[in-house]
Design a protein around this ligand. Structure first.
Ligand SMILES: CC(C)(COP(=O)(O)OP(=O)(O)OC[C@H]1O[C@@H](n2cnc3c(N)ncnc32)[C@H](O)[C@@H]1OP(=O)(O)O)[C@@H](O)C(=O)NCCC(=O)NCCS
Length: 176
């Protein structure tokens, strides 16, 4: 039987201090550096869930809502929201933390990682996810729709095959 793991098993927190090398010409954290940190945090969450190496298959839409200045502390938190067959979805949130310890959310993204066999480097089945909290359940439920959307965007699924996504746009039958 396929093993089940809790999102807490993959929960990963990573903290960085924004140094001069991490900034753009305006003195704020570069988007590409933040993407790298998010990718690494996501990979670690994925490895904890899968107990295998993982590779990034894709990243959904990322928006940079707030700039993060030189000298700021940046906290990245992530966990596996849902497992499919060989792939998993990882949710990453990014916060800047001030010296009083107050955190402000700056952005978030969903990454897809694929679990690989250590020897052959071929995709292998992952453990399933068993959500616990209300938030974990909400992310778990939404993961099927997001998967369909990203597979359509990647040219790996025909829009007509996307049942969970289609249900969002179906008009309720209000006839008597
Ligand atoms: C990701 C990769 C392993 C997929 O290999 P593949 O031969 O296409 O394998 P499959 O078709 O069996 O797909 C494997 C899984 O990846 C998923 N996948 C592949 N491309 C995807 C994409 N663009 N977005 C989301 N999921 C994707 C598939 O849906 C499948 O998931 P499932 O088994 O849960 O249904 C392969 O393309 C690869 O190695 N890419 C390079 C990864 C890399 O170098 N990343 C950056 C450095 S870590």
């Amino acid at each position: 039987m396929r093993r089940k793991k809790n999102p807490k098993d993959s929960y990963t927190i990573m903290t960085h201090l924004v140094m001069p090398n991490d900034t753009n010409h305006l003195g704020d954290l570069m988007g590409g550096i933040l993407m790298r940190w998010m990718d690494v945090a996501g990979a670690m969450a994925g490895m904890r869930h899968c107990n295998s190496p993982v590779v990034t298959a894709g990243v959904d839409h990322v928006s940079f809502d707030l700039s993060i200045p030189l000298g700021a502390m940046v906290v990245l938190e992530g966990w596996v929201t849902r497992a499919f067959t060989t792939s998993i979805e990882v949710f990453i949130e990014v916060f800047k933390e001030d010296l009083d310890g107050q955190r402000t959310k700056c952005n978030e993204a969903f990454f897809t990682f694929v679990s690989l066999d250590r020897e052959t480097r071929k995709p292998i089945q992952t453990p399933l996810v068993e959500p616990g909290t209300k938030r974990e359940h909400a992310l778990y439920d939404g993961a099927l729709r997001r998967r369909e959307l990203r597979l359509i965007m990647a040219g790996r699924m025909e829009p007509g095959e996307a049942g969970h996504l289609k249900a969002l746009f179906d008009k309720p039958d209000t006839s008597r």
